[in-house]
Design a protein around this ligand. Structure first.
Ligand SMILES: Nc1ncnc2c1ncn2[C@@H]1O[C@H](COP(=O)(O)OP(=O)(O)OP(=O)(O)O)[C@@H](O)[C@H]1O
Ligand code: NI
Length: 288
């Protein structure tokens, strides 16, 4: 197995009104190339902070200790299936590479698609611009790419959708466009931070299926952030449980769902089972 990124001793504190908020405490976590990894935990547990730290999007008020090492050499294991182990490897054998470029190496999808879409620019141009900037395409090539991406995210009538503005689309359609823009440059890592949380359950399931398909087709690594353990179990091969800025438990989805070692993980599972009796393991995305 090879790591795409190794997070080492990451501690992060926000300064706000003269007080310090500890958002992440001594996090050690490897993101395995090609895996689907979910980060779960309740509100305020530090999930988004971790995502922003990985993507290099932290606000200036954040004080960071520790580091993230990247292994994004061109010959890396894109598309290869790495075996998953329970333990976090503390040794990396490869030399760290250059830091990643947002948009180029990392695609980021936010909960609110309006956060990444420009309200006064046609969506085709927004997607084409990503392809132009990062892939060096001409405008006609970039528009052709944008149209193909709108087809891939299954937006109806991609030809006219190219000229649509975000306000003309439903929430689910906007999120499809945001995903198209996020993957336009062929990033190795796709980060989805509560990307389906604002959508109703049917649309949510459709977007989860879409993310799963795109990640498989492009051989991307997925970091799926959610407060919903059932949704995470549906999509992810491994789950990392966060609480109060700490990584409390990490393992394969089957192990986390079937035999959690931490009482907090048990609580999250019980809370879900209380709402929906369907056994989580059947949804764990594992071969039957
Ligand atoms: N820009 C910021 N300035 C100050 N404190 C912040 C900032 N962003 C987050 N925090 C604080 O850091 C902690 C972790 O927040 P974070 O947003 O990472 O949690 P989360 O798990 O993503 O929560 P949610 O599920 O609500 O999105 C919280 O206590 C939060 O209030
Ligand atoms: Ni968050």
């Amino acid at each position: 197995m090879s790591a795409l990124a190794s997070i080492r001793d990451l501690t992060l504190t926000y300064r706000r009104d003269g007080t310090a908020v500890a958002a992440l405490k001594n996090i050690n976590l490897d993101i395995v190339a090609g895996e689907r990894l979910a980060i779960i935990g309740e509100s305020g547990s530090g999930k988004s902070t971790l995502a922003l730290a990985i993507a290099g999007l932290l606000p200036a008020s954040a004080r960071v200790e520790g580091h993230v090492d990247w292994f994004i050499n061109p010959s890396s294991t894109l598309g290869a299936k790495a075996p998953l182990v329970e333990r976090n490897p503390q040794k990396s054998f490869a030399k760290p590479s250059r830091p990643p470029l947002l948009g180029h190496d990392i695609g980021f999808v936010f909960q609110d698609p309006s956060a990444s879409l420009d309200p006064v620019m046609a969506i085709g141009k927004q997607i084409a611009e990503v392809a132009r900037t990062h892939l060096g395409l001409s405008w006609p090539q970039a528009y052709a790419k944008a149209k193909a991406l709108l087809q891939r995210v299954r937006l109806p009538d991609p030809d006219s959708a190219l000229h649509a503005f975000p306000h003309q689309l439903s929430g689910g359609q906007k999120q499809r466009v945001a995903i198209a823009a996020a993957i336009a440059a062929g990033p190795k890592l796709l980060i989805a931070d509560e990307a389906t949380s604002a959508l109703d359950t049917i649309v949510q399931a459709e977007i989860v299926a879409l993310i799963r398909q795109l990640v498989a087709e492009d051989g991307m690594t997925l970091l799926f952030i959610s407060h919903d353990i059932a949704l995470a179990a549906e999509l992810a091969e491994r789950i990392a449980v966060f609480r109060h800025g700490q990584l409390v438990e990490l393992g394969t989805t089957a192990r986390i769902v079937g035999a959690p070692t931490q009482p907090y993980t048990r609580t999250l599972l019980d809370a879900h089972i209380g709402l929906d009796a369907a056994p989580l393991l059947d949804q764990a995305g594992l071969p039957a």
